[in-house]
Design a protein around this ligand. Structure first.
Ligand code: GTB
Length: 217
């Protein structure tokens, strides 16, 4: 059955792979599922046709036969459940991998998003200078804990899983901030994720949308 996802017609991240379609592309590449992409403009995302698929008028969405999904977490979980490669066979290990997906989205990503908002949207506010260090320290608190848990392991719990895919995707947002490099094992963890052939294919495909040139690999 054909899988179709949505992505920004023109991503505001300039092709850096930070929009969330990259996570879905990466999951599909990891499990070897081909997919099509429907590009949507900001205007089209708020129109009834797209709202029927995504109640909040955002990307990404996922269509497969009569199944329509929104929310990256749910989409990646669906892909990981249906296809081998992203979740371990062992029931307990599988549940732990899913736990890491939730941890990425519910515990690690919120302060990172808050930092992005503080920098990009609130940087010109008179209180910004005072607030920014507090927000940065909230990110550091989480990274310190995550760094302690990861230790010298390659991945969070045994072999690479959907939990790592989600965690690396969340941490990637920090790359330009310099904060990630304060935790060398996390920086190396993200680099390992980026080095995966499936990530590279996903990244190149989203970049090709931005540049208008087909992926070279
Ligand atoms: N919880 C949802 C999910 O995980 O799927 C959140 C989806 C979401 O935030 N979608 C964003 C969107 O559609 C794109 S990814 N925004 C348009 C809108 O709300 O009108 C978030 C994003 C956007 C831009 C950058 N960037 O420029 O760096 C990074 C990430």
């Amino acid at each position: 059955m054909t899988i179709t996802i949505t992505a920004f017609e023109r991503s505001p991240d300039g092709g850096r792979g930070l929009a969330r379609d990259t996570r879905v592309r990466w999951a599909l590449e990891e499990v070897g599922q081909p997919y099509k992409v429907r590009l949507v403009s900001f205007r089209a995302m708020k129109e009834p046709a797209h709202l029927a698929l995504h109640p909040f008028g955002q990307i990404p969405t996922y269509e497969e036969g009569d199944l329509g999904l929104f929310e990256t977490g749910a989409i990646v979980f669906h892909i990981a459940e249906r296809h081998a490669g992203l979740l371990p066979e062992d029931a307990n290990a599988r549940t732990r991998a899913i736990t890491w997906m939730f941890a990425a989205l519910n515990t690690v990503e919120p302060p990172i998003l808050e930092l992005a908002t503080a920098r990009l949207l609130e940087g010109d506010k008179p209180w910004s200078k005072e607030r920014l260090p507090l927000v940065e320290d909230r990110v550091r608190d989480r990274l310190k804990q995550l760094s302690a848990r990861l230790g010298s392991a390659d991945w969070l719990d045994g072999p690479f899983s959907a939990g790592d895919l989600m965690m690396v995707s969340v941490l990637l947002r920090l790359k330009s901030s310099g904060i990630l490099n304060e935790y060398p094992n996390l920086a190396a963890y993200v680099a390992r994720g980026e080095a995966r052939p499936a990530y590279k294919r996903a990244f190149d495909a989203q970049l090709a949308v931005y540049t208008g040139k087909p992926p070279t690999g």
